[in-house]
Design a protein. Sequence first.
Length: 365
Amino acid sequence: MVIWIIGMSASGKTTIGKKIYERLKYSKEKWIFLDGDVFRNILGEDLGHTLEDRKKNAYRISRLCEYLNLQNINVIASVLSIFHDNQKYNKENIPDYKEIFLDVKFDKLLRRDNKKLYKKALDGEIKNVVGVDIKFIPPFSPDLIIDNNFENPDYQKIAQKIIDNLNIKIDNSYIYTEKNLLNFPNTYQYSKYQGKDFFELYKKNRKTNLDFLKIRLEKLNNKGNNNFKLNNNNNYNNDKELNLKEYLIYLYNSNNNELKNQKKTIEILIKRFEVSKKLFTIYDLKNIKKLSSKFDELIIYPLFSLVLQKYYSNVSNQQKLVILNTILKVNDIISSIASDLIFGEEVYYSIEAINGELKIMGEYI
């Protein structure tokens, strides 16, 4: 299948295309996301933005989609697509071609114009801008028209609407990391058991994120940023407050006896996490209740996972399953935010956390 998402600049086509890809990338079928602007860049920016060059680029994208489709690789293409003969070519030559049109009024596009593309064109600073000096004519017969004129559109819902409308089955996806879990926490309630296939999807999810993070770590190493280990400074509390990052570093570097001495605090933190599915930067020392609303210090999540993995080896067999359950949820968060992990220590400890989890899971599957 080729999902051809048509929309003018600032219509939301790239964001929606990425959301659809995030929803489908862990399914059994192969999916890739293709952005028209990125495609230009990949080929070396050899084409301009005249009508003639735009048409050449459109047919390049079409022929690539046609080729990938023949290899049983599904494509989500976010493109401007102003040529009806090109759309006709797609319908005639690409099996299971689906055309989506994002209908957005020009005044709304102007308000969303973060690139200032329309403003520059209207001010005469640039030329060949579709919607200003190149007329945009909507596609004649799209499979689906999406009204995206709303303020603060819910792109997750729009992506799901497109998937549902096209009858794309995604029962085989690892559902727990389809969205950023810090922004959209999972409840994990009434989860349907999906059998052996589910565990294969889980392993595929983790391996995909591991590969991604290893590539990112290698790039950081090549830049000379290779000292990622966090040292223990024992400065995690001040009689009233618990700095979670420093506390987790302390636990991570502690021996088993020190870890056992922190049993009460660790298990309260587990309970706090299970309620909110978040970890906060500061807690009160007495009751371990959050004193800060900040939950996006990302290094905390792999550190918490690693501390729990260490704690896992020091508890009874019955309690091991409880701890493992929490480790899986924490690592689901890590997997859901993998692309947001940009600092060396975040990437380094996330790789360690996922590897450790897979080792533990090897005892069960």
